[in-house]
Design a protein around this ligand. Structure first.
Ligand SMILES: Cc1cc2nc3c(=O)[nH]c(=O)nc-3n(C[C@H](O)[C@H](O)[C@H](O)COP(=O)(O)OP(=O)(O)OC[C@H]3O[C@@H](n4cnc5c(N)ncnc54)[C@H](O)[C@@H]3O)c2cc1C
Length: 541
């Protein structure tokens, strides 16, 4: 991909950050005829969905540096709207989307079709199978409301969204009623009240590990499961970064410009209006509008000079939560010189499913409770809880023939551990990968190289405060119009000339592109509204 260097010029829109949300916005805006420049601090596009060869000893192993599996993206319509197939973009369905393993050999697979999951569950407990069926039916009703809402504007949902949401809510009200428990009870209470099977309990604790699961109001995290049952899950051929590569090509073809190695140091202002950005190298770029897709806290509390926001809003910007949960991410990538396998568990299933394809987890339900309790007390869990994937198995193009890549993620890890992370990184990497080798045969003998990251490394690699992979903590009061903070929840900020998007805005973090699409659509609507107004005034005058 060739990234054009631009000469300094005025753009209609200057976008900070070439992660997928920034690029999605850029593509919609350029397609609507606006001139767009994207500036990115890193040396390549992609942000948290970058795919790159990161190990010199393994130059042909493509490593998914951040996110890997997408579900909400599949509801977004972005692939079609932007014609991404033309740029080689292709989704590979990941079905089952998750498999939880019992250390002794049994496993429970979660398929796109809930009936297949219910069938598997019946083997362990007919009662839980019935309960799961009911749970999924209720969650599916929530999807009728949640998907149009997430695809719309957070403060001005619009007639189209209301036309979809209201009849669906009315029609499925009986299923929706019990879901109030989602927003009131804890993830733990929700699971324990409904299900007994240890394997199911453990799986439901492992799939969406966003918030301390014993706290009230955290059960909403289970909506992830409903999303996967509704939209299916996917990876992207060539690695997650294939999406941002395709978006970059679309943008260049529509006249946009992307500048990498261009860190924004400050937003420039004139009379209280944002007029452009000042880059690290001292260069100033001007634009009619700046749309920041990096962390909203960085944008509003650091890049925007003090004194532009009214004092109360400035305080709210500084209070945007990026490190209040005491938990953070652990990420490990490994290049492997041969093929991994899970022989014990493959033998038990007898259905020929290659367990290297789906997301896999195996820690017990009690391990999850302990891990959360340890992490929030700043201790390393005795049994780390994580999910593992062999990305090169669903898509062999990501490793040389006969070899694999291994991807591991945990969201239940201490942010401020009592023993400094820097002194523990290697030992924890060893411990976790030793455990993985008890499941993934060959991981211990065929490792070429590994990278172990937690908050400090994520902060540096992805230019995000506190290494927060959602930009803003995924807590109940930071959704909808309250994301990232009251008064900043509609993409257009109170500062003229400044808009925000990205994982820290509605609807949420993760691989979806919806913050980028929604923000661009709001900006296009605003521009069209302005043009109509100006024409009317001209005609009147
Ligand atoms: C290890 C890991 C695993 C994950 N797993 C999953 C998963 O499996 N599924 C899922 O749905 N989500 C996952 N996520 C979360 C998901 O990847 C992110 O929430 C999402 O990609 C964020 O996209 P974005 O475009 O909003 O922001 P980003 O990708 O963070 O993009 C913002 C861009 O702005 C740039 N930038 C920042 N500051 C500046 C500046 N001052 N000047 C210029 N540029 C700047 C950054 O370099 C970055 O490229 C994961 C994330 C990580 C890190």
């Amino acid at each position: 991909m060739s990234l054009r260097d631009s000469v300094q010029r005025d753009s209609d829109v200057l976008i900070i950050g070439a992660g997928h949300n920034g690029l999605v916005s850029a593509c919609y805006l350029a397609q609507a005829g606006m001139s767009v420049t994207v500036v990115e601090a890193s040396g390549s596009v992609g942000g948290m969905i970058s795919t790159n060869p990161i190990f010199p000893e393994a130059p042909d192993h493509q490593i998914n540096e951040g996110g890997i599996q997408a579900s909400l993206f599949r509801s977004s319509g972005i692939e079609k709207d932007l014609g991404l197939a033309k740029y080689g973009f292709r989704q590979i369905i990941a079905d089952p989307f998750h498999v939880h393993l019992d250390p002794e050999g049994p496993s429970l697979a979660f398929w796109h079709d809930p009936a297949k999951t219910v069938d598997e569950l019946r083997y362990f407990s007919p009662r839980d199978a019935r309960k799961y069926e009911e749970f999924v039916r209720q969650l599916d009703a929530a999807m009728d409301v949640a998907i149009p809402w997430m695809n719309g504007h957070p403060t001005r949902p619009g007639v189209k969204t209301m036309r979809e949401v209201l009849p669906a809510a009315l029609k499925r009200r009986k299923d929706l009623m019990p879901l109030s428990a989602f927003f009131t009870t804890s993830h733990r209470e929700f699971i324990e009240e409904r299900f007994d099977t240890p394997l199911l309990r453990a799986a439901l604790a492992s799939m969406p590990p966003f918030c301390w699961m014993t706290q009230d109001g955290t059960a909403w995290a289970l909506i992830y499961i409903a999303m996967c049952h509704r939209t299916n899950s996917a990876r992207f051929a060539g690695g997650t970064g294939a999406l941002t590569n395709a978006l970059a090509q679309h943008l260049l073809e529509h006249g946009g410009t992307i500048r990498v190695n261009s860190r924004v140091e400050e937003l420039t202002t004139h009379g209280g209006t944002v007029t452009g950005v000042l880059l690290e190298n001292g260069e100033e770029l001007r634009a009619k509008t700046v749309l920041a897709s990096c962390s909203p806290k960085a944008t509003l509390a650091r890049l925007l000079p003090d004194g532009i926001l009214p004092e109360h809003l400035q305080r709210r910007a500084h209070a945007i939560p990026t490190n209040v949960l005491e938990t953070t991410t652990l990420k490990i990538d490994v290049a492997v010189s041969g093929k991994l396998s899970l022989p014990r568990h493959t033998k038990w299933r007898k259905d020929g499913l290659d367990l290297c394809e789906p997301i896999v987890s195996w820690q017990t339900y009690e391990d999850h409770l302990d891990a959360w309790n340890s992490a929030v007390q700043r201790k390393y869990p005795e049994n780390e809880c994580f999910i593992g994937i062999v990305p090169s198995r669903l898509d062999p193009s990501q490793a040389p023939a006969g070899q694999d890549t291994f991807w591991l993620w945990s969201g239940i890890f201490p942010r401020n551990p009592d023993v400094a992370w820097e002194t523990m990184r290697d030992a924890i990497g060893d411990k976790v990968l030793r455990e993985c080798a008890q499941y993934y045969e060959g991981l211990d003998t065929m490792e070429i190289n590994r990278r172990v990251m937690s908050a400090p490394e994520l902060e540096e690699r992805f230019n995000v405060p506190d290494g927060n992979v959602y930009h803003v903590e995924p807590v109940g009061m930071r959704f909808g119009p309250l994301r990232p903070a009251q008064g900043f929840g509609s993409y257009e900020t109170p500062v003229p000339g400044l808009w925000i998007t990205g994982a820290g805005t509605h609807p949420t973090g993760g691989i979806s592109g919806l913050p980028g699409k929604n923000a661009a659509q709001a900006m296009i609507a605003r521009a069209r509204g302005g043009a109509i107004r100006r024409t009317r005034e001209r005609l009147r005058g």
